[in-house]
Write a protein that binds this ligand. Structure first.
Ligand SMILES: [Fe+2]
Length: 183
């Protein structure tokens, strides 16, 4: 289930809101300039569909978002369980950083958690298949895909080079629970 946990940035146990109500998640994210929506494929995709198949099945959603937000490109990122590169990639994603472009991800398979640091709050959003999440450019955040790492996402961007990570050096990510996929 898509889930939002809104807690104090200085005390992760101080939770203001913990909800799986999608409409509430939409509203709470909109309040900090972020965005979540549900995307539908034009037809069911088989497990482990090829990138081209995935992009074709989501083309209407991708094109709509491009028109709305001025994005120009889309591609696929896929991590399968027990990928030997996952531990190193996980570490790159899990330290707090910003980008010069929005970070736009649609979960096609699997799940993961974005942690968005908005002032004195951290909004942890667990995204699952069908969820399109957008973190606005310049917003400190981090991402965790869990110990195993199992997700396939469509990425949408203005400039593929624009979302290189700029690390903030803030150790806040160490103080929050890592994402663990629900059994
Ligand atoms: Fe990021």
């Amino acid at each position: 289930m898509t889930r939002l946990i809104d807690s104090s940035a200085t005390d992760p146990t101080d939770v203001r809101l913990d909800t799986q109500d999608f409409d509430v998640v939409v509203r709470e994210l909109a309040a900090i300039g972020a965005r979540i929506e549900r995307w539908k494929a034009t037809h069911p995709l088989p497990p482990n569909a090829a990138p081209g198949e995935i992009l074709a099945a989501y083309a209407p959603e991708i094109e709509r978002l491009k028109r709305e937000r001025g994005y120009t490109a889309a591609d696929i990122v896929s991590i399968k369980p027990n990928n030997p590169n996952w531990p190193a990639l996980r570490q790159k994603f899990v330290e707090e950083h910003t980008h010069h472009d929005d970070e736009v991800r649609n979960f096609v398979e699997g799940s993961g958690a974005f942690y968005i640091h908005a002032g004195d709050r951290v909004l942890q959003v667990v995204g699952e298949a069908g969820d399109l999440l957008s973190v606005p450019k310049g917003t400190p955040h981090w991402f965790d895909g869990g110990d195993v790492g199992d997700f396939t996402c469509i990425r949408v961007f203005t400039d593929p080079a624009g979302w290189a990570a700029h690390y903030t050096g803030d150790p806040i990510w160490r103080t929050f629970p890592r994402y663990e996929k629900a059994a």
